[in-house]
Write a protein that binds this ligand. Structure first.
Ligand SMILES: [Zn+2]
Length: 428
């Protein structure tokens, strides 16, 4: 299980952690460059792995060149974790069930992240609300204990976003899957205008706006200010960012981080509620990566409605369908429920009354469903959720393993096992 807490470093610690964040990024880029270089020599296939690079790292740390003496500053455990993560990035690239492509170099603006193995940190509880974690070479770092850790810490990650530093632990809790809760199942249709419609409910679940009206106005004003300040910097300052511009950027990042946190809060409450109160949860087996592909096209064949599709993509990602599925996949066994992935084809065109599938059922593709065969009418998302439940019910007790369905495409077709669709999922 993952546990994430807000960390409160002292100004001195903040400075050190930020510096280490850049070091970790530089090390990643250096190690990746090394692997690419060796790969190019050996027909692009033979890679250097972290075991070999860790040995090199120790050598360099003991006797660093003038230009890379920063390498001594970053704790050795954190450095080794960077190399191991690069291993994982290569493994993900090779795995047919993972959408990752070639590992890339990290830019200055990329996420600040430091990993430590569980053995190198120790956690000490101060009182009911506060605890501290001992990070190598940094000392005790205080964090707000918003919930119990409840297990053995296996690894520790420090991250920074627009709101500040966070510490997260990967915890071994020893909790076993619960016995089936024997509650009735449901189907859920995730959408954009309607966040989620549960088949057993008469009203949809709506995500509250992630920013208040005041915050939206403030964000718009900040974006304008940022534009003005960048223009000014280019015109009079040789493109150099002023302190005021950096401050504006920080404010924008804080608002975006708050927005993301609220979205995630809604998602967690929704998925917990679904898993706790239903024997099985049926959802559509959608591929988010394919769904949110840009409509840009190519230079020779430009796409249509690019801006509109970009807007749709943004609102799709707003509703983080992949994250909902990931959460359901681990929460369902915790509460004695089951996640069932059904084929998404025609769920919103199939009539729940007469079971006939017809594209004409969706007149003009509004939010209305009107069956052309039996005259049944309802909200389109509701009919879809009922159809999803019916399909999930027909799947029976097929246990779904893994949280991702394979990515369709030419890459890696010959590799390993694939997640099979359940036998009863085809519908005419
Ligand atoms: Zn009908």
């Amino acid at each position: 299980m993952g546990r994430k807490y807000r960390a409160y470093p002292t100004p001195g610690q903040d400075e050190v952690l930020t510096r280490w964040g850049h070091h970790a990024r530089a090390l990643w880029n250096l190690a990746l460059e090394h692997r690419l270089m060796v790969g190019r020599k050996h027909d692009g296939r033979s890679w250097v792995w972290s075991a070999e690079q860790c040995v090199l790292l120790t050598e360099i740390r003991n006797d660093p060149d003038e230009s890379i003496n920063w390498i001594q500053d970053l704790p050795s455990t954190a450095s080794q974790q960077v190399l191991r993560q690069l291993d994982q990035a290569y493994k993900n690239m090779a795995s047919p069930s993972h959408p990752a492509g070639q590992p890339v170099f990290k830019r200055r603006g990329s996420a600040t992240r430091l990993h430590f193995p569980g053995i190198s940190v120790s956690v000490h509880k101060l009182n009911r609300h506060w605890a501290e974690v001992r990070v190598p070479k940094l000392g005790w770092l205080r964090f707000r204990l918003s919930r119990e850790i409840g297990g053995t810490v296996r690894s520790c990650t420090l991250t920074r976003n627009g709101l500040g530093w966070h510490v997260s632990f990967s915890v071994h809790t020893g909790i076993r899957p619960a016995v089936p809760n024997k509650k009735p199942g449901c189907g859920v249709d995730f959408g954009i205008t309607v966040s989620a419609w549960v088949s057993t409910e008469a009203a949809p679940r709506l995500m509250p706006p992630s920013l208040t009206v005041g915050e939206q106005l403030h964000l718009r004003e900040l974006e304008r200010r940022k534009g003005r300040q960048i223009t000014f910097a280019k015109k009079y300052n040789g493109g150099k960012y002023s302190h005021r511009l950096r401050k504006t950027i920080r404010h924008i990042a804080a608002l975006h981080a708050r927005q993301a946190r609220r979205r995630l809060d809604f998602t967690h409450k929704l998925t917990s509620d679904l898993a706790k109160n239903h024997g099985f949860v049926g959802i559509e087996d959608l591929r988010v990566l394919n769904m949110t592909k840009s409509a840009k096209g190519t230079v020779a064949l430009p796409g249509k409605g690019v801006a509109r599709k970009a807007g749709l993509n943004r609102s799709l990602r707003d509703h983080i369908p992949g994250e909902r599925r990931r959460q359901l996949a681990y929460k369902a066994p915790m509460y004695g429920s089951q996640l069932r992935l059904v084929t998404p084809h025609g769920t919103s065109q199939t009539c729940p009354e007469c079971r006939q599938r017809d594209p004409r059922n969706r007149v003009g593709c509004g939010r209305l469903f009107a069956c052309v065969h039996c005259g049944h009418t309802d909200h389109a998302d509701r009919t879809a959720s009922i159809e999803i439940e019916a399909r999930a019910r027909r799947m029976g007790d097929t246990v779904i393993k893994g949280t991702r369905s394979p990515v369709r495409g030419a890459r890696g077709r010959a590799h390993g096992t694939r997640l099979r669709a359940a036998p009863a999922a085809h519908v005419t």
